[in-house]
Design a protein. Structure first.
Length: 102
């Protein structure tokens, strides 16, 4: 019985860096928030694009390591779920603010 070869080829996970805190009196805080959202959406698009490219390679038989596709696919799914959760919370917060009595 042959030994199972070790898993190789994993790239280290890049940590998510926090955006600098904006104060309520900072007029540029809206621009910083918009930039943070844009960067998040761009990162999600890149993750999904990578997963799509690896899926194409896997379906054509040109992918050597199927685990890279499985990892990229799960990363894309988790990133999409996180983005959806953040969007839902933002919509809920906006709705709460709009329903406040003046």
């Amino acid at each position: 019985m042959a030994a199972i070869p070790p898993i190789s080829g994993f790239s280290p996970i890049q940590p998510i860096t926090a955006a600098p805190a904006a104060t309520a009196t900072d007029p540029a805080s809206g621009a910083q928030f918009g930039n943070a959202l844009t960067q998040g959406i761009d990162a999600l698009q890149k993750t999904q694009s990578t997963a799509d490219n690896l899926a194409t390679q896997a379906s054509t038989g040109s992918l050597q390591d199927i685990t890279s596709y499985m990892i990229a696919s799960q990363e894309a799914a988790i990133a999409t779920q996180l983005t959806t959760a953040v969007r839902d919370k933002a919509v809920s917060a906006f709705t709460s603010i709009m329903n406040m009595q003046m």
